[in-house]
Design a protein around this ligand. Sequence first.
Ligand SMILES: Cc1cc2nc3c(=O)[nH]c(=O)nc-3n(C[C@H](O)[C@H](O)[C@H](O)COP(=O)(O)OP(=O)(O)OC[C@H]3O[C@@H](n4cnc5c(N)ncnc54)[C@H](O)[C@@H]3O)c2cc1C
Ligand SMILES: NC(=O)c1ccc[n+]([C@@H]2O[C@H](COP(=O)([O-])OP(=O)(O)OC[C@H]3O[C@@H](n4cnc5c(N)ncnc54)[C@H](O)[C@@H]3O)[C@@H](O)[C@H]2O)c1
Length: 496
Amino acid sequence: MRGISPTELWTPPCAVNSAASTLLNVSVREYDYDLIVIGSGPSGQKAAVAAAKLGKRVAVVDRHDMVGGVCANTGTIPSKTLREAVLYLTGMHQRDLYGASYRVKHDITISDLLARTRHVVDREVQVVRSQLLRNNIELVTGAARFVDPHTVAVEGPRGERISLSAGNIVVASGSRPARPQQVDFDEARVLDSDEVLRLEEVPSSLVVVGAGVIGIEYASLFAALGTRVTVVEQRERMLDFCDPEIVESLKFHLRDLAVTFRFGEKVMDVAVSEHATVTTLVSGKRILADAVLYSAGRQGMTEELDLEKAGLEADGRGRLAVDEHYRTSVEHIYAVGDVIGFPALAATSMEQGRLAAYHAFAEPTNEMTGLQPIGIYTIPEVSYCGATEAELTSSAVPYEVGISRYRELARGQIVGDSYGMLKLLVSTDDRKLLGVHVFGTGATDLVHIGQAVMGCGGTVDYLVDAVFNYPTLSEAYKVAALDATNKIRALERFEL
Ligand SMILES: Cc1cc2nc3c(=O)[nH]c(=O)nc-3n(C[C@H](O)[C@H](O)[C@H](O)COP(=O)(O)OP(=O)(O)OC[C@H]3O[C@@H](n4cnc5c(N)ncnc54)[C@H](O)[C@@H]3O)c2cc1C
Ligand SMILES: NC(=O)c1ccc[n+]([C@@H]2O[C@H](COP(=O)([O-])OP(=O)(O)OC[C@H]3O[C@@H](n4cnc5c(N)ncnc54)[C@H](O)[C@@H]3O)[C@@H](O)[C@H]2O)c1
């Protein structure tokens, strides 16, 4: 072992894996491990498992209560489970069929919502632990920091310390909510997105600061519960990377659920009393609400890593710069997931982790495909893959649009979704599918059909000729493809 003082050692470091511990004790190799991964979120897990599958000795370090990362504990999994609980208990999706007053449960409480969330989070964490265990990966409990470029010190929950060394290190330490200094977060009424699960009751009114993906997802979730939500966003628009027509539809739906948007407005100050909050905007407006949720961006988790001891430096938002192989400026240290910034999604983070581990151990890989889907779990949900109309227009790519509306699909009627739509963007030069944009029930799943067609370089004709199960929402692809080809044909006939 390198760099270990016997007094610093504590054993075992939450040894979920005795085989790996034995390796640790008898190791006569230069380093304790082939790979140390700092962080057990989606990117860290996949980096660790990928290396283990190559027969490497791997350790993953994380805090006891954070196994599975932000993703499993405070981010993706709890927020998506909460959404599912809200949809079920409010009966939202059934109201087209049974009337506006339909509810599965009146007076929904926080414990109704959290019961399901806790159950799913616990199961997810168990799945992560078990995957690490069965791949002979050592899970070391504590907070890691660099001692030198090949060594990290891990401080356990009771202050115990251990030092571990590895030939390669992957920093997968994720991100935390950015907190403006002038706001006092009190964990009760003024919260960030990591703390929203601690609300003691469903607020009757809520200010959401920041209309990014997190802010809009939570705004729609609380609005569906009947909370009066005000969204404050400093920019003039929201979700401007998405299709504007779909964002308009989403805003229409949210307004219908009593959401008020304050675009082009900045928060100056938040005052808190025992019973309420008052948010003062720079424009002078004051908003009274039960609670305030800050979702104004995230910050890379690098402050505690002692990066300088590894020869690394983070940028002003705590992020690490990497090359196309996820390698930092120090050759054997990789960084993946939220800590490297955009797109900061669980989906892409996992793939970055796998690719980084393969590169570290010279395993051949393909580069990550440019066709990455975006899924926004608002109520209703939004998803897209490929180009947007704005991108095609600015790069002067001629295209035609094909649209299918759920209300004209038998499955749309059956599930009671009268607002959903699917939009295809098709090249008028070679009929290739260039983009797919979906709004409504199942959008985040449906998008993958379009992704597969685009990934294989397919044309709209594949969708015109394909036979889809009936009645399904997938049929929207065929309807939209026919719409696009009808328009293309009409133009071609005119030109003849
Ligand atoms: C509310 C919310 C909803 C989201 N919804 C979605 C969604 O629907 N779909 C989607 O794709 N993405 C979603 N995301 C984003 C997604 O959660 C992140 O992109 C993903 O979790 C990033 O994974 P990661 O591996 O980088 O690390 P994280 O999941 O952030 O985990 C990092 C881990 O590193 C650990 N760590 C940090 N420093 C140290 C240290 N010094 N020592 C030891 N361990 C350390 C932390 O404890 C943590 O467990 C959401 C995020 C939030 C906040
Ligand atoms: N479904 C998903 O894939 C999903 C869900 C949630 C989060 N995420 C990821 O999490 C990351 C963080 O999301 P986020 O929404 O916190 O950040 P973000 O940076 O996307 O959005 C923050 C928003 O807050 C606004 N803002 C900042 N300060 C403000 C102020 N003082 N007053 C008013 N507005 C202010 C910004 O203009 C911005 O629009 C994103 O990168 C996203 O990819 C993904």
